[in-house]
Design a protein around this ligand. Structure first.
Ligand code: GRF
Length: 221
Protein backbone atom coordinates (compact mmCIF):
# COMPACT_ATOMS: atom_id res chain seq x y z
CA UNK A 1 0.00 0.00 0.00
CA UNK A 2 1.22 3.53 -0.78
CA UNK A 3 2.63 5.33 2.22
CA UNK A 4 0.85 8.38 3.63
CA UNK A 5 2.73 11.53 2.52
CA UNK A 6 3.62 13.72 5.51
CA UNK A 7 4.85 17.30 5.75
CA UNK A 8 6.06 18.49 9.16
CA UNK A 9 5.71 22.15 10.17
CA UNK A 10 8.22 23.45 12.72
CA UNK A 11 9.39 26.74 14.21
CA UNK A 12 12.36 25.70 16.33
CA UNK A 13 14.37 22.83 17.78
CA UNK A 14 12.43 20.09 16.02
CA UNK A 15 12.96 17.20 18.42
CA UNK A 16 9.44 15.86 17.72
CA UNK A 17 10.17 16.20 14.01
CA UNK A 18 13.29 14.06 14.56
CA UNK A 19 11.19 11.39 16.28
CA UNK A 20 8.77 11.34 13.32
CA UNK A 21 11.58 11.21 10.76
CA UNK A 22 13.20 8.37 12.69
CA UNK A 23 9.92 6.41 12.85
CA UNK A 24 9.42 6.83 9.09
CA UNK A 25 12.74 5.10 8.39
CA UNK A 26 11.07 1.83 9.43
CA UNK A 27 10.15 -0.04 6.26
CA UNK A 28 6.82 -1.16 7.72
CA UNK A 29 5.84 2.35 8.92
CA UNK A 30 2.75 3.56 6.99
CA UNK A 31 4.04 7.12 6.40
CA UNK A 32 6.91 8.93 4.68
CA UNK A 33 8.17 12.46 5.27
CA UNK A 34 8.06 14.40 1.97
CA UNK A 35 8.97 17.79 3.38
CA UNK A 36 9.67 20.01 6.37
CA UNK A 37 8.49 23.62 6.39
CA UNK A 38 9.56 26.22 8.95
CA UNK A 39 8.28 29.76 9.40
CA UNK A 40 11.72 30.66 10.82
CA UNK A 41 14.94 30.31 8.89
CA UNK A 42 16.93 29.77 12.11
CA UNK A 43 14.86 26.75 13.21
CA UNK A 44 17.37 24.16 14.42
CA UNK A 45 15.32 21.30 13.02
CA UNK A 46 15.96 22.41 9.41
CA UNK A 47 19.58 21.26 9.55
CA UNK A 48 18.64 17.82 10.83
CA UNK A 49 16.01 17.37 8.10
CA UNK A 50 18.27 18.63 5.30
CA UNK A 51 21.05 16.29 6.48
CA UNK A 52 18.60 13.44 5.95
CA UNK A 53 17.89 14.62 2.40
CA UNK A 54 14.35 15.70 3.24
CA UNK A 55 13.20 18.71 1.16
CA UNK A 56 13.04 21.75 3.46
CA UNK A 57 11.33 25.08 2.88
CA UNK A 58 11.35 28.32 4.87
CA UNK A 59 8.17 30.38 4.71
CA UNK A 60 8.82 33.47 6.82
CA UNK A 61 5.45 34.71 8.09
CA UNK A 62 6.92 38.22 8.54
CA UNK A 63 7.25 38.54 4.76
CA UNK A 64 3.45 38.54 4.41
CA UNK A 65 0.97 41.36 4.94
CA UNK A 66 -1.41 39.22 6.92
CA UNK A 67 -2.16 35.75 8.20
CA UNK A 68 -4.38 34.89 5.21
CA UNK A 69 -1.61 35.60 2.67
CA UNK A 70 0.88 33.55 4.68
CA UNK A 71 -1.54 30.63 4.86
CA UNK A 72 -2.37 30.86 1.13
CA UNK A 73 1.34 30.37 0.37
CA UNK A 74 1.56 27.58 2.89
CA UNK A 75 -1.41 25.84 1.29
CA UNK A 76 0.09 26.03 -2.19
CA UNK A 77 3.42 24.67 -0.90
CA UNK A 78 1.59 21.78 0.76
CA UNK A 79 -0.47 21.11 -2.35
CA UNK A 80 2.69 21.06 -4.50
CA UNK A 81 4.17 18.50 -2.12
CA UNK A 82 1.02 16.36 -2.61
CA UNK A 83 0.68 15.99 1.13
CA UNK A 84 -1.82 13.60 2.71
CA UNK A 85 -1.31 14.68 6.31
CA UNK A 86 0.38 17.68 7.96
CA UNK A 87 2.08 17.24 11.36
CA UNK A 88 2.55 20.36 13.47
CA UNK A 89 5.60 19.89 15.67
CA UNK A 90 6.34 23.00 17.70
CA UNK A 91 4.89 25.22 14.93
CA UNK A 92 4.33 28.53 16.71
CA UNK A 93 1.68 30.17 14.51
CA UNK A 94 -2.03 30.31 15.22
CA UNK A 95 -4.02 29.07 12.24
CA UNK A 96 -7.19 30.68 10.88
CA UNK A 97 -10.56 28.93 10.62
CA UNK A 98 -10.28 28.87 6.84
CA UNK A 99 -6.84 27.16 6.85
CA UNK A 100 -8.06 24.62 9.39
CA UNK A 101 -11.19 23.96 7.27
CA UNK A 102 -9.09 23.51 4.12
CA UNK A 103 -7.00 20.85 5.91
CA UNK A 104 -9.73 19.43 8.12
CA UNK A 105 -8.74 16.05 9.57
CA UNK A 106 -5.46 16.27 7.66
CA UNK A 107 -3.75 18.39 10.31
CA UNK A 108 -2.46 16.96 13.60
CA UNK A 109 -0.61 18.61 16.47
CA UNK A 110 1.25 17.65 19.64
CA UNK A 111 0.72 19.62 22.83
CA UNK A 112 2.67 19.06 26.06
CA UNK A 113 -0.30 18.58 28.39
CA UNK A 114 -3.15 16.19 28.96
CA UNK A 115 -5.74 18.14 26.97
CA UNK A 116 -8.17 19.71 27.54
CA UNK A 117 -6.10 20.88 30.55
CA UNK A 118 -3.43 23.53 30.15
CA UNK A 119 -3.91 24.73 26.58
CA UNK A 120 -1.56 27.43 25.30
CA UNK A 121 1.87 28.53 26.50
CA UNK A 122 3.65 28.07 29.86
CA UNK A 123 2.01 24.68 30.12
CA UNK A 124 4.42 23.14 32.60
CA UNK A 125 4.50 26.15 34.93
CA UNK A 126 0.70 26.11 35.09
CA UNK A 127 0.58 22.36 35.64
CA UNK A 128 3.04 22.69 38.55
CA UNK A 129 1.16 25.66 40.04
CA UNK A 130 -2.12 23.76 39.91
CA UNK A 131 -0.69 20.86 41.90
CA UNK A 132 -1.62 18.08 39.46
CA UNK A 133 0.08 14.76 40.18
CA UNK A 134 -0.03 13.52 36.60
CA UNK A 135 1.07 15.49 33.55
CA UNK A 136 1.55 14.36 29.98
CA UNK A 137 1.08 15.11 26.33
CA UNK A 138 -1.62 14.80 23.65
CA UNK A 139 -1.73 14.39 19.89
CA UNK A 140 -4.93 15.69 18.35
CA UNK A 141 -6.60 16.63 15.08
CA UNK A 142 -6.50 20.41 14.78
CA UNK A 143 -9.63 22.54 15.09
CA UNK A 144 -9.82 26.32 14.89
CA UNK A 145 -9.65 26.92 18.65
CA UNK A 146 -6.10 26.78 19.99
CA UNK A 147 -4.98 23.33 21.18
CA UNK A 148 -8.40 21.84 20.65
CA UNK A 149 -9.73 19.02 18.50
CA UNK A 150 -10.37 15.27 18.62
CA UNK A 151 -7.69 13.54 20.70
CA UNK A 152 -5.81 10.70 18.96
CA UNK A 153 -3.47 9.60 21.74
CA UNK A 154 -2.19 10.72 25.13
CA UNK A 155 0.71 9.73 27.36
CA UNK A 156 0.92 10.38 31.08
CA UNK A 157 3.94 11.00 33.29
CA UNK A 158 4.14 11.54 37.05
CA UNK A 159 4.73 14.96 38.63
CA UNK A 160 7.14 14.89 41.58
CA UNK A 161 7.19 17.29 44.54
CA UNK A 162 10.60 18.67 43.66
CA UNK A 163 9.91 19.07 39.94
CA UNK A 164 10.88 22.30 38.21
CA UNK A 165 9.43 23.46 34.88
CA UNK A 166 12.59 22.13 33.27
CA UNK A 167 12.51 18.69 34.87
CA UNK A 168 8.81 18.25 34.12
CA UNK A 169 9.25 19.50 30.53
CA UNK A 170 12.07 17.00 29.98
CA UNK A 171 9.96 14.10 31.29
CA UNK A 172 7.00 15.11 29.13
CA UNK A 173 9.22 15.63 26.07
CA UNK A 174 10.60 12.08 26.36
CA UNK A 175 6.97 10.86 26.33
CA UNK A 176 6.18 13.12 23.33
CA UNK A 177 8.92 11.45 21.30
CA UNK A 178 7.23 8.07 21.79
CA UNK A 179 3.68 9.32 21.52
CA UNK A 180 3.84 11.30 18.28
CA UNK A 181 5.12 8.40 16.10
CA UNK A 182 2.53 6.14 17.72
CA UNK A 183 -0.30 8.59 16.95
CA UNK A 184 0.98 9.17 13.41
CA UNK A 185 1.03 5.43 12.80
CA UNK A 186 -2.59 5.16 13.97
CA UNK A 187 -3.74 7.92 11.61
CA UNK A 188 -1.53 7.08 8.61
CA UNK A 189 -2.59 3.43 8.68
CA UNK A 190 -6.26 4.45 8.74
CA UNK A 191 -6.72 2.79 12.13
CA UNK A 192 -7.69 6.10 13.78
CA UNK A 193 -10.04 8.73 12.36
CA UNK A 194 -12.03 11.70 13.61
CA UNK A 195 -15.75 11.19 13.88
CA UNK A 196 -17.31 14.42 15.07
CA UNK A 197 -15.31 15.60 18.06
CA UNK A 198 -13.94 12.17 19.00
CA UNK A 199 -11.45 9.79 17.45
CA UNK A 200 -12.49 6.24 16.66
CA UNK A 201 -9.69 3.69 16.79
CA UNK A 202 -10.04 0.22 15.26
CA UNK A 203 -8.71 -2.58 17.46
CA UNK A 204 -8.08 -0.04 20.18
CA UNK A 205 -5.37 -1.79 22.10
CA UNK A 206 -2.39 0.09 23.56
CA UNK A 207 0.77 -1.20 21.90
CA UNK A 208 2.89 0.06 24.74
CA UNK A 209 1.14 0.40 28.06
CA UNK A 210 4.04 2.50 29.35
CA UNK A 211 2.72 5.28 27.14
CA UNK A 212 -0.56 5.50 28.91
CA UNK A 213 0.20 5.42 32.61
CA UNK A 214 2.79 6.73 35.04
CA UNK A 215 5.16 4.24 36.60
CA UNK A 216 3.29 1.99 38.98
CA UNK A 217 4.65 0.11 41.93
CA UNK A 218 3.67 -3.51 42.26
CA UNK A 219 2.57 -4.66 45.68
CA UNK A 220 2.76 -8.21 46.87
CA UNK A 221 0.21 -9.51 49.30
C1 GRF B 1 6.95 20.42 22.20
O1 GRF B 1 6.90 20.38 23.62
C2 GRF B 1 5.57 20.34 21.61
O2 GRF B 1 4.68 19.57 22.37
C3 GRF B 1 5.13 21.79 21.62
O3 GRF B 1 6.29 22.52 21.32
C4 GRF B 1 7.44 21.77 21.71
C5 GRF B 1 8.27 21.64 20.47
O4 GRF B 1 9.52 21.02 20.71
N1 GRF B 1 4.03 21.98 20.72
P1 GRF B 1 10.36 20.45 19.51
O5 GRF B 1 10.58 21.61 18.54
O6 GRF B 1 9.59 19.35 18.87
O7 GRF B 1 11.64 19.98 20.11
Amino acid sequence: MAKCRIVILISGRGSNMEALIEACTRSDFPAEIVGVISNRKDAGGLIYAADRKIPVEVLDHRAFENREDFEASLTSLLENMKVDLVCLAGFMRLLTDSFVSRWLDKLINIHPSLLPSFKGLDTHARALASGVRIAGCSVHFVRADMDSGPIIAQAAVPVFTNDTQESLAARVLAAEHKLYPHALELVASGQARAVGERVIIDNDDPVDTQLFAPATRSYTT
